[in-house]
Design a protein around this ligand. Structure first.
Ligand code: AMP
Ligand code: FE
Ligand code: FE
Ligand code: ZN
Length: 295
């Protein structure tokens, strides 16, 4: 299905506000993602790589060429109540020097962490090497999906799923945690850089405290629609958002086919109105100034 006929005005079409590129663990280049979005007739795509903003420039340029609006973002890795929580930051000042230095440090920390996982696996007798992981990452911010791919290519596992289940999943023997922010730190960082903070896939966190901690931290909105959400999860998020006066968003979390049972770009899409509301908040915040307590 094409979510939108390109002849319709953008406001009358759909947007997918959560997608990854090859700059993190997606398989599409920014250009391929944008071309796909155009084919689908999406009015806008949120480009939200894990802990990196390196793909945004190319995505924005491709978006201009193809007439697809890009909602520039980043998906930040956090921890709350003992579980991983992802916070999406949209419309930050992505050219700010301090912001760029921060993401460069995260990039390096991810590389160190992947090297530690390789060392753990070698100590466990697995024939995996760093070169294989580096090749799988191809210059991207390295994550466990790249480690899993290197393991698959080295034939130490039969599938990506097996790599996660037996070796690199949370609590598996070669797992190494990565540097993660608290929700307060992530929200403060996003606000300080004049962005809008949305909690990603809020329905999947196994501990209730995790979501409440992000709301208490001052999150601006909830990603109510996500492929991992049941209809009940979405209902619950819409209700929570209404009670807490938060924005709601939605997106397909496209990884371009890397993940099993992958949902493709635009399979979860929402009305342009939701992006318009997000942009209104972003503009209000910019007009009010850049301090963390303003807007
Ligand atoms: P990282 O940020 O390096 O810890 O990697 C987390 C990423 O790994 C997630 O964003 C998913 O894209 C992917 N992932 C997590 N669990 C699995 C799994 N069981 N199978 C495939 N991919 C997974
Ligand atoms: Fe991912
Ligand atoms: Fe995520
Ligand atoms: Zn994501």
């Amino acid at each position: 299905m094409r979510p939108g006929d390109p002849r319709l005005a953008p406001e009358d079409r759909l947007v997918d506000l959560h997608a990854h590129t090859c700059f993190s663990d997606g398989l599409f280049t920014p250009e391929q993602l944008v071309e796909r979005a155009r084919w689908l007739g999406l009015a806008a795509v949120g480009v939200t790589d894990h802990d990196t903003t390196a793909g945004l420039e190319r995505a924005l340029a491709a978006g201009r060429r193809h007439g697809v609006e890009i909602a520039p973002g980043v998906e930040m890795s956090c921890t709350a109540d003992g579980v991983d929580v992802h916070i999406l930051g949209y419309y930050l000042d992505f050219e700010d020097a301090e912001l760029l230095a921060f993401f460069r440090r995260l990039f390096e920390a991810r590389e160190q962490r992947a090297r530690s996982m390789v060392e753990k696996m070698q100590a466990l007798g697995l024939a995996v090497d760093w070169q294989g992981v580096a090749r799988a990452a191809g210059g991207a911010a390295v994550g466990r999906p790249h480690v899993a791919q290197a393991m698959l290519e080295a034939k130490v596992v039969g599938s990506i799923e097996e790599a996660f289940q037996r070796w690199i999943g949370f609590d598996a023997p070669a797992y190494v945690p990565k540097y993660r922010l608290s929700p307060e730190e992530a929200v403060e960082f996003i606000r300080r850089h004049r962005g809008v903070a949305i909690v990603a896939h809020p329905g999947i966190y196994r501990r209730e405290g995790a979501l409440f901690a992000t709301i208490a931290a001052g999150i601006d909105g909830l990603e109510a629609w996500h492929p991992d959400h049941s209809p009940g999860d979405t209902d619950r998020m819409l209700e929570l958002a209404r009670k807490n006066r938060l924005l709601v968003t939605g997106g397909g979390d496209c990884h371009g086919g890397r993940k099993k049972g992958q949902i493709y770009l635009g399979e979860v899409a929402v009305s342009y109105n939701y992006l318009a509301a997000l942009k209104r908040l972003s503009r209000r915040r910019r007009a009010a100034g850049s301090g963390p307590n303003e807007g």
